[in-house]
Design a protein around this ligand. Sequence first.
Ligand SMILES: C[S@@+](CC[C@H](N)C(=O)[O-])C[C@H]1O[C@@H](n2cnc3c(N)ncnc32)[C@H](O)[C@@H]1O
Length: 212
Amino acid sequence: MDKSKNNSNSADTLKAYERIYAESEQAYSSQPFFLVKKIHKYLQTGLVVDFGAGEGRNSVFLAEQSFLVEAIDFAAGAVKKLEEKIKKKSLNIRTKRADLSRLNLAGKFHVGVCTFVLHNLSATAAKKFILKMQKHTEIGGVNVLACFTKQGYFFRKDPKTGNFFPSQTELKKLYTGWKIHEINTKKIRLRPIDAAGKPLFGDCVVMLAQKL
Ligand SMILES: C[S@@+](CC[C@H](N)C(=O)[O-])C[C@H]1O[C@@H](n2cnc3c(N)ncnc32)[C@H](O)[C@@H]1O
C-alpha cells in the first residue's frame, strides 16, 4: 500500500472532523450507543477504552457506571469538548489524542468500544486495528462495534474507496472464536444532509461480542 496516500487521507479526515467540531456545540448525539448500554449485562466494572470517542457520549455513560475509561480520538476539537464534560462532572476519564491507524497499545482492558469510526480507515488498517483491540481485551471482556456498511451515503459518495465498510458476515468472521451476543444491521440517520436539506441514511452493522 502507498503509505503517503494513506497519511494524506488521514490528514484530510482529521481536517474534516476538526471543522465539524469547530462548527457545532454538540456535533453528534449525546446519548450513549444502545449496545454500550447493554455492557453491564456482562461486566459491571473494569477498564474501558473508547476508540474514536468523539465528544464522549459512550465514555461519559460508562464512567458514570463506575468503569475507568480511556478515551482516544485524533481530533483536538473532540478531545476538548470531552475534557470540558469531564471537568464539569468530575469523571474518571483519561483522554488521549492518537490516530487509530498507528496506535500503540500497552496492557489489557475489559471493554473496547469503537462506534462509527472505522469507515475512516482503510480496510487493511481497520482490520489491523480490530486485531489489536481483540488482542488487548481481557478474556471475558467485551468489544462493542458499530460500522457503516456499503449500503448508505458514506460508501456511495466514494464507491472506489478502499476504506472499511464490512458486512455482517465479514464482521462475524473477524470475531471467530468470540461469543457474539448481538449482531444486527440497522439504518441510521447521518449527520450530513442532501442538497435539498433532507436527511441522509446509512446502514450499519452493530455488534457486542465477548472474548472466550
Ligand atoms: C462519527 S464520530 C463518532 C464518535 C463516537 N464514537 C460516537 O459514536 O459518538 C467519529 C470519530 O472518530 C474519530 N476518528 C476518525 N478517524 C480516526 C482515526 N484514524 N484515529 C482516531 N480517531 C479517529 C473522529 O475524530 C471522530 O471523533
